[in-house]
Write a protein that binds this ligand. Structure first.
Ligand SMILES: [Zn+2]
Ligand SMILES: [Zn+2]
Ligand SMILES: [Zn+2]
Ligand SMILES: [Zn+2]
Ligand SMILES: [Zn+2]
Ligand SMILES: [Zn+2]
Ligand SMILES: [Zn+2]
Length: 390
C-alpha cells in the first residue's frame, strides 16, 4: 500500500551531511596557496571551510559562512538572493527543484518519507505513523474525510466505505470484513453475533444482543419480538380473519374449532414433527372436537401462516381421507397457508415455504405444480380423493 522511498536525491543529501560531519567541520589551516572564497570572491586569510557539492568543492571564508543562509537540505552556504523558501525553510535552488512537503503537517521533508500509492501523497515519517485510517479499507483519512462523523460504535470510515458499509443486524456493529448472511434474508451478522448469541426460534437468524429468553426456553430476536402477537384479542382477531378469508375462498369448515395458545413444552407433548422441523402449531381431532394449538409470542406473519396451516388440516379432516401420507397432507396445509400469506403480502414467509427442502415443501410444490397445469378444481379433487401422490 505504501512505500518508504529514500530516493536518490535524499540519499545523496544524507551522504553529503555525513561527509561534512567528518571532514567539512574541520577547519583547514591556511595553505601556502592563495584560496578564494566561492561566495564573496575574496582571497581567504586564515581559516576557511570546505564543502563538498555535487559539482566538486566549495570554499567559504569564515565571515561568509557565519553571515550567510544555509540550505536546510544540503547545508551549503548560499549567496544572497539565490535562496528559496519552502514550508518556512531556506533551500538552495538545486534542492528546491526536488523538495517536497508533508501532505499532513506541511513540513519540508528532510529525511525518510512515505508515499501512499493510492493518493500519491507524501508524508513525513512522524505524520505517516500517526495517520488516521479507514477501519474498513485502511486508506488514510485526509482532508475533509477526517471530519466525517464516526459510526455509532466509534469506527471511522472513509467516504467510499461510508456509502457501502453494512451493520450487524444483531448488535449494530460496523461490519469491517467477515460477515454472515442467511438464505431469504437481507440481513448481515457479525462473527460475534453469529457465534455467541444463539438462533431465534421464530426466524432462525442470530438473536443478537437484544434478544428475549421466553420462559419455555425459546430465544426470540428483537425483530421477531417487535411484531410478536402477545395479546389474546390480537390472536383472536387474526384467527377470525384467517377463518373468514379461507371460508370465503372455498374452504369452509363446518365444525367449531377451538383455539389454544400453548408454550413449547405443551406443544411437544401434543405433536412431534416427523421431519424434525420446528413446530409452531398443531391440529387435534378428538372424537368430534377440533382444536388448533399455536405457540405464544410468534411474530405476526408466522401467526397467520400457522393458523392458516392448521385450519387447512381442519378442512382436510372434513373433506379428505384420514390416512393421507405426510407429503400430501402437510403439502396441502402449506398450500392453504400460502393463500393467506399471499393475501397478507408476507412474501418472505411464502418464499420460505416455496424453498422448504423437507416433505412439507415437496408436497406444496407438487400441489402448486398440479394447480398450475390442471387447474385448482382438479387439484382440490385430487386432494379430496387420494392418500398419496402416486
Ligand atoms: Zn567569503
Ligand atoms: Zn540545498
Ligand atoms: Zn508531517
Ligand atoms: Zn474505506
Ligand atoms: Zn453483531
Ligand atoms: Zn427472529
Ligand atoms: Zn401440519
Amino acid at each position: 500500500m505504501s512505500k518508504c522511498r529514500s530516493n536518490l536525491f535524499l540519499r545523496s543529501l544524507f551522504a553529503i551531511r555525513l561527509f561534512l560531519l567528518f571532514f567539512g567541520l574541520l577547519f583547514l589551516a591556511v595553505s601556502a596557496y592563495a584560496v578564494t572564497c566561492d561566495l564573496c570572491g575574496e582571497n581567504i586569510r586564515g581559516q576557511y571551510r570546505v564543502y563538498q557539492t555535487q559539482r566538486g568543492q566549495m570554499n567559504c571564508c569564515m565571515a561568509c559562512d557565519l553571515s550567510s543562509d544555509h540550505c536546510a537540505l544540503c547545508r551549503l552556504p548560499l549567496a544572497s538572493g539565490v535562496s528559496r523558501r519552502i514550508a518556512g525553510e531556506i533551500v538552495c535552488p538545486q534542492c528546491a527543484r526536488n523538495a517536497s512537503t508533508c501532505a499532513e503537517c506541511g513540513c519540508l521533508i528532510q529525511n525518510k518519507y512515505f508515499t501512499l500509492s493510492e493518493t500519491n501523497q507524501t508524508f513525513c515519517a512522524s505524520c505517516f505513523s500517526h495517520l488516521q485510517r479507514c477501519a474498513r479499507c485502511n486508506k488514510p483519512l485526509s482532508g475533509e474525510q477526517k471530519n466525517l462523523p464516526p459510526q455509532k460504535d466509534g469506527t471511522r470510515l472513509c467516504r467510499q466505505c461510508l456509502d457501502s458499509v453494512a451493520h450487524c443486524a444483531g448488535c449494530g456493529k460496523t461490519i469491517l470484513s467477515t460477515f454472515y448472511r442467511y438464505e431469504l434474508s437481507e440481513l448481515v451478522f457479525c462473527p460475534d453475533c453469529q457465534a455467541r448469541t444463539g438462533k431465534c426460534y421464530s426466524c432462525g437468524l442470530p438473536v443478537g444482543n437484544e434478544g428475549l429468553d421466553l420462559v419455555d426456553g425459546r430465544k426470540i430476536c428483537a425483530r421477531c419480538q417487535d411484531t410478536a402477537v402477545v395479546r389474546q384479542e390480537q390472536l383472536e382477531r387474526i384467527w377470525k380473519w384467517v377463518k373468514t378469508y379461507l371460508s370465503r375462498s372455498g374452504f369452509k369448515v363446518k365444525h367449531d374449532i377451538a383455539l389454544q395458545e400453548v408454550d413449547r413444552n405443551r406443544l411437544r407433548q401434543l405433536v412431534q414433527s416427523p421431519t424434525g422441523a420446528r413446530e409452531l402449531g398443531a391440529f387435534e381431532l378428538d372424537n368430534d372436537t377440533y382444536t388448533v394449538y399455536i405457540l405464544y409470542a410468534l411474530p405476526e406473519s408466522l401467526v397467520y401462516e400457522t393458523l392458516a396451516h392448521e385450519y387447512g388440516h381442519a378442512w382436510q379432516a372434513e373433506n379428505c381421507p384420514r390416512n393421507q401420507d405426510l407429503i400430501l397432507c402437510e403439502g396441502f396445509a402449506e398450500w392453504v397457508a400460502s393463500l393467506v400469506l399471499k393475501a397478507m403480502g408476507y412474501e418472505s414467509v411464502l418464499e420460505r415455504i416455496e424453498k422448504r427442502p423437507d416433505d412439507y415443501g415437496e408436497g406444496y410444490r407438487k400441489l402448486k405444480q398440479m394447480e398450475q397445469t390442471r387447474g385448482r378444481a382438479y387439484m382440490l379433487e385430487f386432494v379430496r380423493n387420494n392418500t398419496r401422490f402416486e
